[in-house]
Design a protein. Sequence first.
Length: 143
Amino acid sequence: MSNLADQLAQMRSSSPEGRATGLTEQLEQMRIRMNDAARRESDLAAELNAAIRRMDDQLLHEVRSMAAEHEARRANILNELELFATRLNELPHHHRQRQPLGGPPRGLLPSSPPSPPRHAIEQTERQQTIEEMLTRHLTRQSA
């Protein structure tokens, strides 16, 4: 602040011709300093832009790697499911009736013919459902 006051005092004490020359020199010096500051700011902005681009590229690479890993895990799971479905199709179908653990209830006579075992029906329905779901999934995958 005192530097500015000294410069003002110097300008007042000098001749009008000397003041004009001094002012011109000061303006030229200020223009040079402003150009230097603008150049430094431009360099800093370019460095920041380059750093952000590097970070974006690194992030994109990491996201692509994660997506590829996910696809590999998904393909492994799909292969496991296909193998499981194949094994289910190869299982022999047992149509034997299972006796309930306690046998027929004591003291009651069966009034209707025995129905097929619930477990065998549920297992057959489950196998059909799994096969249908796998078929739909594989059809969607191949499309």
